[in-house]
Unconditional design. Structure first.
Lengths: 582, 240
């Protein structure tokens, strides 16, 4: 989007993509042609202007001429802009256009619908066609509505990527390592880090509100919020939920770690707190690094908060434009929000791709309102967070007992010599040692649906085929992160249509399947650290109806990670046992 | 020695001793070239001939596709050379350049492109990019055809001449059929600066499907005194 420079009667300079709106707003004059906002900001910073001493026509004209002359000099001096490329044609401002624009500008219903769609969002130019479709309006209308929001100081235009002291920084994701190229306006840059949610370059803008904003939908807090949900809290869950509510009463507590064993029902623990926030009209986000977790949690939240539409943002679904106080999103999608949420519940924060990803961390903090509260929910907290707790920077709530009161089944290790990881189907089946793992997998599959983990994406199709050869009677499927049919396949496993599922780490967290048994092939692979193994083992015995199950780590040797995972689960069970008697 | 200094030295030494491993632009696998030999085979399809009139990939042993043989293809160009079949990952790369602000990706294919033009076309006096409309250029910030032309110019020392101006902001050609494409482009170009007489020109563009854009530009150049026009494009359609 390109911007015109405008100047008003008192010498104030403004940039606008649709200057007729500014002229309706106040008496102002267009000077020069259209340029990217980043170029205009940079040029304006490089010039020195003396404000007109008075409001006489002569002094204003002198001021305008001085501004135009200096802007031209700056643009030409740096050799930045190929001036022949500046679009000089001024927009037509006839009576018909004026009336049309006025009609849109003063249409309060349309403006309310627009505000509801963009509430808390930071919009990139690439998202505007979707917003136009949602509001069923044309490009001019959307620009008028956006610029109206800027004129009344509710929103702002920002160059999507800014250059300062030779460095480019993306305003959406905070990335400082943007790819530079030469445009007709001189140097420009493209952000490589957040392009998965739409490309962004320095010639474009983003639109967002600098202020935190939320609207109240509920008006009162129910007296007994534990009776609001469609499940029964266990004693341990209720205790933890109350502890969480009590901690959130303290203003100084901004970060809380809920360390709950796999299958403890940690998501549900947060429901009373979510209810409290919603009752106060505060916006809540449930975030997780994985799509599968997000798609599993959204219907659970929707069932328990039927008064409100729980909107979902993930790479697998088209972004929603209906405003809501309760949002579920993957961490990548958080870059679409700016200072939006009073409370963020961050599930599985130790799951790939979040750990060590500065852009995702930036997005999470950016989506949180100033003074907002961040709650981490995990069964396997990273060491850095545990250190934070030790230093007193975060509070901690521990829940070591599963919601049904049974311990987490302790995984078994079975020696298995697999062929090479790149082995073909024939090689896998030919290998004599296949008898061992085949026998174990057959045993597990007799007990219930079988979830088989492999460490590499490339192994999924081969092992899916292999297991189809082993389990003739069963439906065998396999999936990985970039599989286009991932959502459908996972659904078929969750609803029982598929009985054997081969997967990479995408299903190591957040899913519950009744009677599921787990086999981790190549469990000694470097890909599997202690936390990943604990999470995979944590898939078994999660339901009240079947609180037991088997996990077998199949590997040539017991690695440190395997030994540590076994010890960790054992320790959690011991603590849980103690809690159950307290 | 700090570990940072050590790793800098290590990286410098390895750069001297070992050829740096690249990532294939199309399949993201490790490769010694910016487009790995497998992808070159899949997307460039070197075994297929190109129609000399419109650049389309053809399976037959002739020199022209059916459309050009039947006389409905472009007539103003001596020859059109195209790097690959405009589909799948190759199409995605060109779209990433054009619509996802990644013009720098074209640097990765400069060797393939230069080799293609050098091996198949006579030496020109200038390379001319197919222009885009000034409004589109202002919004996008670059003209992909101009980058292709500048790659050829830098590698081969041929001057770039912006002889043509696009005066009509036309509809995207992809949404139109052959007849509509020709009508859409009618009167879309003008000569911008004085053309040198009897020059041989390479006309550079990103994609050609029916050859209508190349033809319109070639006709305008020839009317203004250019002797021969050759087309160089990254992607082209394929005759089924």
């Amino acid at each position: 989007m390109l911007f015109y420079t405008l100047i008003n009667k008192s010498g104030q300079i403004r940039f606008s993509p649709i200057p007729l709106v500014d002229m309706l707003w106040e008496d102002s004059t267009i000077i020069g042609g259209k340029l990217p906002l980043e170029v205009l900001h940079r040029s304006l910073n490089a010039i020195r202007l003396t404000k007109p001493s008075n409001n006489t026509t002569t002094s204003m004209q002198e001021f305008q001429s001085d501004l135009i002359r200096q802007l031209k000099t700056v643009l030409q001096k740096n050799g930045d802009v190929r001036t022949e490329n500046i679009v000089l044609d001024k927009p037509l401002f006839n009576m018909e256009t004026r009336e049309k624009y006025k009609g849109i500008f003063y249409n309060d219903d349309l403006y309310s619908a627009f505000l509801s769609g963009v509430n808390g969002r930071q919009l990139a130019e690439g998202e505007l066609p979707y917003l136009m479709k949602h509001l069923q309006c044309d490009e001019d209308t959307i620009k008028i509505l956006m610029h109206k929001a800027v004129l009344i100081d509710q929103y702002e235009w920002l160059p999507a990527i800014r250059r300062s002291k030779g460095n480019w920084s993306c305003q959406r994701c905070g990335n400082m390592d943007c790819q530079e190229w030469i445009s007709v306006y001189g140097y420009a840059a493209t952000c490589q880090e957040c392009r998965s949610i739409g490309p962004l370059n320095s010639l474009q803008v983003i639109f967002r509100s600098p202020k935190s904003g939320h609207r109240s939908l509920f008006n009162r807090v129910e007296a007994n919020i534990f009776h609001k949900f469609n499940f029964e809290f266990s004693h341990a869950q209720q205790k933890a939920a109350l502890e969480l509510l009590a901690l959130c009463e303290k203003d100084e507590v901004q970060r809380i770690l809920v360390w709950a064993v796999c299958g403890a029902g940690k998501t549900e623990i947060s429901f009373p707190l979510i209810y409290k926030y919603l009752s106060e009209g505060k916006s809540v986000l449930f975030a997780a690094p994985r799509q599968d977790v997000v798609h599993d949690v959204q219907p659970r939240l929707q069932r328990n908060f039927p008064q409100i539409k729980v909107r979902i943002f993930s790479g697998a679904v088209t972004p929603e434009w209906e405003d809501s106080l309760l949002t579920v999103a993957t961490t990548h999608q958080l870059l679409r929000f700016y200072k939006t949420f009073s409370l963020i519940l961050f599930d599985e924060m130790d799951a790939y791709p979040y750990p060590g990803n500065k852009v995702l961390e930036f997005g999470l903090n950016q989506a949180l309102q100033e003074g907002g509260r961040l709650i981490y929910l995990t069964a396997t907290p990273p060491d850095s967070l545990l250190r934070e707790v030790k230093r007193g920077e975060s509070e901690i709530i521990r829940l070591s007992l599963r919601h049904h009161g049974f311990p987490v089944p302790i995984p078994e290790w079975a020696k298995a010599n697999f062929p090479d990881k790149s082995a073909s189907l024939q090689e896998i089946l030919k290998k004599k040692d296949s008898i061992t793992w085949r026998k174990i997998l057959e045993e597990l599959a007799e007990e219930g649906p079988l979830l088989v983990f492999v460490p590499r994406i490339g192994m999924v199709p081969i092992w899916t085929e292999t297991l189809r050869g082993v389990f003739h009677e069963k439906q065998v499927e396999g999936s990985w992160s970039s599989d286009p049919y991932r959502l459908e396949k996972v659904k078929s496993f969750l609803n029982g249509n598929c009985q054997v599922f081969v997967s990479t780490s995408i299903l190591e967290r957040g899913i519950t399947v009744n009677r599921v048994q787990v086999a981790v092939l190549f469990a000694d692979d470097e890909q599997y650290d202690t936390r990943a193994l604990i999470q995979m083992a944590g898939r078994t015995g999660r339901t009240q109806a079947h609180p037991w199950g088997r996990t077998v780590f199949l590997a040539a040797k017991q690695t440190k990670a395997i030994k540590k995972a076994l010890a960790w689960i054992q320790e959690q069970n011991t603590i849980g046992e103690r809690e159950s008697f307290s | 020695m700090t570990s940072e200094t050590f790793s800098k030295w290590k990286s410098l030494v390895s750069q001297i001793w070992y050829e740096k491993e690249k990532i294939c632009l199309l399949c993201s696998r490790k490769s010694i070239e910016t487009i790995c030999p497998e992808c070159q085979e899949i997307y460039f399809q070197p075994q297929m001939r190109r129609c000399i009139s419109c650049g389309k990939l053809i399976a037959n042993q002739g020199t022209q596709c059916k459309d050009c043989l039947s006389g409905i293809g472009p007539k103003g160009l001596m020859k059109v050379v195209t790097l690959g079949y405009y589909e799948n990952a190759w199409r995605e790369l060109i779209c990433n350049v054009k619509f996802k602000s990644q013009p720098y990706l074209l640097l990765g294919i400069s060797d393939c492109l230069t080799e293609l033009a050098m091996k198949n076309l006579p030496p020109p006096d200038a390379v001319v990019p197919v222009p885009i409309h000034p409004h589109k250029l202002a919004e996008r910030g670059f003209n992909q055809a101009e980058i292709i032309a500048s790659i050829l110019s830098n590698h081969l020392g041929i001057p770039i001449k912006n002889y043509i101006l696009r005066t009509k902001n036309t509809l995207p050609q992809t949404s139109l059929g052959r007849k509509e494409r020709i009508e859409n482009l009618h009167g879309a170009f003008e000569i911008k600066e004085k053309v040198m007489k009897d020059e041989i020109i390479w006309l550079a563009d990103d994609v050609t499907t029916t050859g209508a854009t190349l033809e319109e530009c070639a006709q305008i150049l020839k009317t203004n005194g250019v002797k021969e026009v050759y087309g160089v494009c990254l992607g082209a359609g394929k005759e089924e």
